[in-house]
Design a protein around this ligand. Structure first.
Ligand SMILES: [Zn+2]
Length: 442
């Protein structure tokens, strides 16, 4: 067995929605063979098994460093990295036609796919995302390639081959049977890797581009293989109207439910314009929501009432939704989550408390883990969980190009204040090391 022992370690993580715990000067023992955090204690003498110590690599953390859990991005489109930061002048349905479908159609070319996917995966990893839930494109081979690239990176990856058999240009649409066959082949491919940190996801793009037959059959595949489902729900008012025209159903949420796609493994991106009965249905089925505020602002979709959904007890994680969202950084999404909730209070509902920093951080870690069914494995530093962690160095938080002259903030601020500064002012340059399941991957 090989071990990691971190000494003088400051740990910052969520215990629950309202409780950000800061532990100072701890010793952390990680088993690298299992990836498990075996012990968090005050002093190395408390590790009774001498063989752990004999087989350990030691890391002495500096006073300017802390460990936090790896971030979880619960909704993102890997191919759209190609046009991230451009084309944000249109609302959803027009944006899909003008920018998204033309870009995604290019992934039939595996050389192009390789080039984009390698950069896409790296861009998220460098921002501290250790677990990601990706949409690929409709192309089987390119989506298999995406899984290979994620596997090579060492990240935890949930990946879906996109399914869509109507209401898109004929040059970017599948035949229903082909979509189903490719989905089954994709699932077999991912499962054959027998890699516990990679998972296939059944991925109907959204109801308007999926026939009833396609959705019903995808639900059967999800059920028979016990595979998660990801899709979009109630992102844009015109989309909601369109769904009501296409399906004679009580609500958009009911469309997914009547097609068997709503269960406790389902990740629903956006969920902005939901009625109360839809929230009840999502709760009843145990499905969860990926909140993507950066994208929602960029595509003029609206503001998700996060406080209301939290009060309802719904599972919520955060998503970058690249490229509707212009950044691969979940840290940025934490800021946006807080910011849009303040706007919601100012302009929509004055009695609704905005989301606080501790709560948004919880959503970016434990909330995301719950959404993906990983709450027993990751999300914080409980003993027995797997060690997915970021080593943050905050010695150069504000003047990033002036390392030598920047005063050490730890002399003047509490660790809690330093953490807040990192969330609002820090970026990938402050992320010095990244660990997944006990292994250093960056
Ligand atoms: Zn999306």
């Amino acid at each position: 067995m090989s071990y990691l022992i971190f000494q003088n370690a400051n740990l910052i993580h969520s215990v629950d929605l309202n409780n950000l715990q800061i532990l100072e000067n701890k010793t952390v023992l990680v088993n690298q063979d299992t990836g498990i955090i075996e012990k968090i204690c005050n002093h190395i003498d408390e590790i009774s098994d001498q063989s752990c110590i004999n087989n350990a690599k030691f890391y002495q953390l500096k006073s300017t460093q802390f460990l936090m859990p790896g971030l979880v991005d619960t909704h993102c489109h890997a191919p759209q990295f190609f046009f991230t930061g451009t084309g944000l002048d249109l609302p959803l349905l027009e944006w899909l036609d003008k920018y998204t479908f033309p870009c995604e159609s290019k992934f039939s070319d595996l050389n192009f796919a390789k080039k984009v996917y390698e950069k896409s995966v790296k861009s998220h990893l460098y921002c501290g995302t250790t677990t990601i839930c990706f949409f690929g494109t409709i192309h089987l081979e390119a989506t298999k390639l995406l899984v290979d690239i994620i596997e090579k990176s060492g990240m935890r990856g949930y990946v879906g081959k996109v399914c869509m058999d109507r209401n898109s240009p004929d040059w970017y649409r599948e035949e229903t049977q082909k979509s189903l066959e490719d989905t089954k082949n994709f699932i077999d491919y991912v499962l054959s890797k027998q890699n516990p940190i990679l998972k296939p996801v059944v991925t109907p793009r959204f109801a308007p581009t999926c026939s009833s037959q396609l959705m019903l059959s995808l639900a059967e595949i999800s059920e028979s293989h016990n595979i998660p489902v990801q899709t979009h729900l109630s992102e844009n008012v015109n989309e909601v109207k369109w769904v009501k025209e296409l399906f004679s159903s009580e609500s958009y949420t009911a469309v997914y439910d009547t097609h068997g796609l709503l269960n406790d493994r389902t990740v629903l991106a956006h969920c902005i314009h939901l009625e109360d009965d839809e929230l009840d249905l999502i709760k009843k089925r145990g499905a969860g929501i990926s909140h993507c505020p950066t994208s929602n602002t960029s595509l003029q979709s609206g503001i998700m009432p996060t406080r209301k959904y939290l009060n309802k007890g719904l599972k919520i994680g955060l998503g970058t939704d690249v490229a509707g969202g212009f950044t691969p950084s979940i840290i940025h999404v934490i800021r946006e989550c807080i910011g849009v909730s303040k706007l919601y209070r100012s302009f929509v509902k004055s009695d609704e408390e905005p989301i606080g920093l501790s709560e948004a951080f919880y959503l970016a870690t434990i909330g995301g883990a719950q959404l993906l069914g990983l709450e027993e494995k990751i999300g914080n530093f409980s003993e027995g969980k797997e060690f997915d962690a970021l080593l943050i160095d905050f010695s150069n938080i504000i003047h990033k190009n002036d390392d030598h002259h920047e005063p050490n903030f730890s002399d003047d601020h509490s660790l809690r204040e330093i953490f807040e500064k990192f969330i609002y002012l820090g970026d990938d340059r402050n992320i010095k090391e990244i660990y997944v399941k006990g292994l250093r991957i960056l």
